[in-house]
Design a protein around this ligand. Structure first.
Ligand code: HPA
Length: 290
């Protein structure tokens, strides 16, 4: 999707060292009294969720060494560290994507810094295209599993020497999305009275949207929604034993029959409708974590 100013700061390092994660964690700890246990990554058009954080410290990504800055409209590019429902929380207002020019290592970098900070639960949100014909633009989908199409073709955030302080060489992906967190989220969403689905997220590289035949292929292989993020972050989180809740905001229906177009403007507009829905789910689950 549309890119803003790509600075000279594009991070392409293939294999970050544990010291690089430690250094950034220390900078964050120096600036905030909080010791967050929960991390939240806000996707395209969903950044408004950060305004519910109290007593917050704001840290721009470009002040953190090796942290991938956001170059996409709809991604503020800053960390907000504070209290969410009295729970110490670190929020990423915007993320980095592979299509921006970052290595997969860089895309996963923030999650490893979170682990260094002591964060053990990660909520990931994204904007996604709805492939399941029952999904409408404006719906919410709790991610039950993913199809790592980028990773299957070789682009894994775990490629390279394994950092065993984080986790094993061959991490299991059986429960990539924590069933308990998802159950809580589903109960909260159902009570709010709007459509909350559960389904499979297919992660692609982008930045182009899919062709009608590609959308149909994704439907055939079992995907309910498709997007250009999330999977790498979740794999890095699960490698280091974090529990994950994944929430997709369905911003557009997949163009399965080749009759409609999708634009970033549409994604951002529908994102405004979805953000409060996702916020209610996030807040409802956070309350139960205490
Ligand atoms: N495809 C891929 N990524 C997306 C889409 C889509 O249809 N909508 C929002 N992000």
């Amino acid at each position: 999707m549309e890119t803003g100013n790509i600075t000279a700061f594009i991070v392409t390092n293939e294999h970050s060292s544990i010291q690089q994660f430690r250094d950034v964690a220390e900078i964050i700890l120096d600036q905030s009294q909080q010791r967050p246990k929960l991390g939240i990554i806000l996707g395209t058009g969903l950044g408004a969720l950060a305004s519910d954080i109290n007593d917050s410290v704001v840290i721009p990504y470009n002040t953190l060494p090796n942290w991938p800055t956001s170059t996409v409209k709809g991604h503020a590019g800053r960390l907000v560290v504070g209290n969410l429902e009295d729970q110490p929380t670190l929020v990423m207002q915007g993320r980095a994507h592979y299509y921006e020019g970052y290595s997969m290592d860089a895309v996963g970098f923030p999650v490893r810094v979170m682990k260094m900070l002591g964060i053990d639960t990660l909520f990931v949100t994204n904007a996604a295209g709805g492939i399941n014909p029952e999904f409408e633009a404006g719906d919410v989908m709790l991610i039950s599993d993913h199809i790592n199409l980028i990773g299957m073709s070789g682009l894994s955030p775990l490629r390279g020497p394994n950092i065993s302080e984080f986790g094993p060489r061959f991490p299991d992906m059986m429960h990539a999305y924590d069933p308990e967190l998802r159950k809580m989220a589903f109960q909260v969403g159902s009570k709010c009275g709007y459509g909350v689905h559960q389904g499979v997220y297919a992660g692609l590289a982008g930045p182009n949207l899919e062709s009608p035949v590609e959308y149909r292929m994704l439907k055939t292989i079992g995907a309910d929604a498709v997007g250009m993020s999330t999977v790498a972050e979740v794999i890095v989180a699960r490698h280091s034993g974090m529990s994950v809740l994944g929430v997709s905001g369905i911003t557009n229906r997949a163009n399965l029959d080749g009759t409609s177009y999708t634009t970033l403007t549409e994604v951002l507009e529908v994102g405004k409708v979805i953000a409060p829905k996702i916020l209610k789910i996030v807040l409802g689950v956070v309350r139960q974590l205490q």
